[in-house]
Design a protein around this ligand. Structure first.
Ligand SMILES: *[C@@H]1O[C@H](CO)[C@@H](O)[C@H](O)[C@H]1NC(C)=O
Ligand SMILES: *[C@@H]1O[C@H](CO)[C@@H](O)[C@H](O)[C@H]1NC(C)=O
Ligand SMILES: *[C@@H]1O[C@H](CO)[C@@H](O)[C@H](O)[C@H]1NC(C)=O
Ligand SMILES: *[C@@H]1O[C@H](CO)[C@@H](O)[C@H](O)[C@H]1NC(C)=O
Length: 617
């Protein structure tokens, strides 16, 4: 599964595969040069990602095809779920890798991911159904059933990130004569996600760290990019996304409002009363997600080389200098970065993926300066440059000049410094957990975090000059004179076509996952909600407290429909009942007898779907 151009010869690869663990334990990663570490760690990181993706992933038994599990860790913490965000960021990294390697097995995995998302979009969950906010649900069980426990929901970056990951593959298909596949299979999924973004971008939600309810800088950057890229791909497919076009400038307007000119940083969150300084690495992740290899150093889209993003990197990095493992590291040198300094999760520690993000931002900045042929230092970025090159002054320095050479060399050293920190705290077997201790650097929290590995891969690719394709940032720099609170409601429709050309049609049988839709007509008063519970795990074993919520988004007086979709293996026989809950928590079960149903084992139009049509008794 490893990509062999990473190592010089197949023989080296073979030797490496069999000796990965022992060679690392004989020579700890921290004792080798950075180059050696990066070369050795890359195949480990790639394998680390693949091991966590169903259904073939070595560490994630039970995960459905294309489902990206956050970590194999099932206790302390339990990350054995698929998060829409983590999965999409991971897949974006894999698509970008596929564009370089053209590895056919990787392409199948990308298709499996997209198919899995088509199904997940239809899974009713505590955030709603497909058309009533359900796309903002943060995480699901790895068998695609909804997680119904309490959680920080909704999280509005997920649909945007999923659109961006899916569009990356759609663009490849369009460029290679497969626009029909992009239009028939991928666009319906992307359209749902874009509809979610245009409808909800101006409402608060939980941030990527799942703690703050407000407006997260990372989320609005992700939403903005999805709208710009989505509209461009729509045009390529002969379609339009008018709501993308109407909302994107307003999202961009809001992006600018999070800039603290006095502090020289982007607020990580606003519209939230969380007692924090607002300095956080969510903004650094935002700059790398917004990076466009064809853009200039634009502040408007927070390009990695923009004055604002560089100033922000300095201010945010400085906010972590108080960690014990950073003590004694001079100003202007890289340090271990966490999420934000007020963090208390696992006592608040640096993370691998936030530390590599700083390196990645700086490698992208170097790429842009190289392409445009100059570096401009202004009053906003001067403090950043002075830290790493004390004689820096404002001005424009062209490629070929001594100052340009000194500045880029200083930035490269600074960038490599962040990778060297990650190297120092990578354990002997190369595994990347979620965090490393702020006091002694030992790995903490979830082991083998998929996102840590994916973040390593994208930062390494940036260092190697393998740049992700442009998303259209050059055309997205004008800022409306007035920012307005807006929203546009688009269309949602089940994405049912997952018949990828060149692949055998899906077969249905006992054990295949069927999307079973429960339709029940139940007249309800305001504040009353309808749920379904039954005799199987998927229906919560008759537990009224955790019963599966149904959606009323298609409810009308003439058709009082409540509905929801649950994934159940073909051939499963079960009994069930609907439940009404009043706003005061009072529970009413349907009258006897129990209902019963057996999930079919044959496909309908090539799809593993079934529909129940009931009336509340
Ligand atoms: C909605 O947009 C307005 C205008 O930019 C902004 O002031 C407000 O903070 C936004 N609210 C949210 C929750 O995004
Ligand atoms: C792309 O088009 C080629 C040629 O028609 C076809 O063989 C292949 O299956 C298509 N692939 C996808 C993913 O659409
Ligand atoms: C319905 O199922 C529940 C749980 O198995 C059981 O306790 C109850 O007796 C059943 N009701 C009828 C009428 O069979
Ligand atoms: C429910 O209605 C749909 C649409 O009319 C139909 O296809 C399906 O077979 C019905 N389900 C059952 C269990 O009869």
């Amino acid at each position: 599964m490893l990509h062999n151009s990473l190592l010089t010869t197949a023989a080296v690869l073979g030797a490496f595969l069999t000796q990965t663990v022992s060679s690392f334990s004989q020579l700890s990663a921290r004792q080798t040069s950075l180059e050696t570490y990066l070369t050795n760690e890359e195949p480990i990181a790639y394998k680390g990602v693949l091991d966590n993706i169903g259904s073939a992933g070595a560490k994630v038994d039970g995960a459905q095809p294309g489902i990206v599990v956050a970590s194999p860790s099932k206790t302390d913490p339990d990350y054995f779920f698929t998060w829409t965000r983590d999965a999409a960021l991971t897949l974006k990294a894999l698509v970008d890798r596929f564009l370089v390697t053209k590895d056919p097995s990787l392409e199948l995995l990308i298709q499996d991911y997209i198919s899995s998302q088509a199904a997940l979009q239809g899974v009713s969950n505590p955030s709603g159904s497909l058309s009533s906010g359900g796309l903002g649900e943060p995480k699901y069980y790895v068998d695609k059933t909804p997680f119904t426990g309490s959680w920080g929901r909704p999280q509005r970056d997920g649909p945007a990130l999923r659109a961006t990951a899916s569009l990356a593959y759609a663009k490849y298909l369009i460029a290679n004569g497969n626009a029909t596949t992009a239009k028939d299979i991928i666009w319906p999924i992307v359209n749902n996600d874009l509809s979610y973004v245009t409808q909800y971008w101006n409402q608060t939600g939980f941030d990527l760290w799942e703690e703050v309810q407000g407006t997260s800088f990372f989320t609005i950057i992700a939403q903005h990019r999805a709208l710009i890229e989505g509209s461009a791909v729509a045009k390529q497919l002969g379609l339009t996304c008018a709501n993308c076009d109407s909302q994107a400038p307003q999202v961009r307007c809001l992006i600018q409002k999070l800039w603290s000119s006095s502090g020289g940083y982007m607020y990580a969150d606003v519209n939230a009363n969380n007692g924090r300084s607002g300095k956080g690495t969510n903004t650094i992740l935002a700059s790398i997600h917004s990076y466009d290899q064809s853009a200039a150093c634009d502040d408007a889209t927070f390009q990695p080389c923009s004055s604002r993003a560089l100033s922000n990197l300095k201010v945010v990095a400085d906010s972590f200098r108080s960690y014990q493992i950073n003590s004694g590291i001079a100003q202007g040198q890289a340090v271990a970065l966490g999420r934000y300094i007020e963090d208390v999760y696992y006592n608040g520690n640096p993370w691998y993926l936030t530390t590599t993000a700083a390196a990645e931002q700086l490698y992208y900045a170097l790429s842009t300066w190289d392409r445009i042929g100059s570096i401009t230092i202004d009053s906003v970025s001067l403090a950043f440059f002075r830290d790493i090159y004390p004689s820096a002054v404002a001005g424009t320095f062209t490629k070929g000049s001594a100052t340009y050479a000194s500045l880029t060399s200083a930035v490269k050293t600074f960038a490599d410094g962040f990778f060297a920190i990650v190297q120092k705290y990578t354990p002997a077997n190369g595994g990347l957990a979620e965090q490393y201790s702020k006091s002694n650097g030992s790995p903490l929290s979830a082991v083998d975090l998929t996102w840590s590995y994916a973040a390593f891969l994208t930062a390494k690719a940036a260092r190697d000059g393998k740049l992700p394709p442009s998303w259209g940032a050059q055309g997205a720099t004008s800022i409306p004179t007035t920012c307005s609170a807006t929203s546009a409601t688009g269309t949602y429709a089940s994405a049912t076509n997952t018949a990828w050309p060149g692949r055998p049609a899906p077969t249905c049988g006992a054990g295949t996952s069927f999307a079973v839709t429960f339709n029940v007509k139940a007249t309800t008063a305001f504040g009353q909600n309808i749920f379904v519970a039954g005799s199987i795990n998927q229906l919560k074993n008759w537990d009224a407290t955790s019963a599966v919520p149904l959606s009323a988004d298609q409810y009308s007086d003439s058709n009082p429909l409540w509905h929801g979709t649950v994934t159940i293996p073909g051939g499963t026989a079960f009994s069930y009942k609907y439940i009404r809950k009043d706003s005061n928590g009072a529970v009413t079960w349907e009258s006897d007898p129990n209902r019963s149903y057996t999930v079919p084992t044959t496909c309908q139009n090539g799809q593993a779907v079934a529909t129940l049509n009931d009336s509340f008794r």
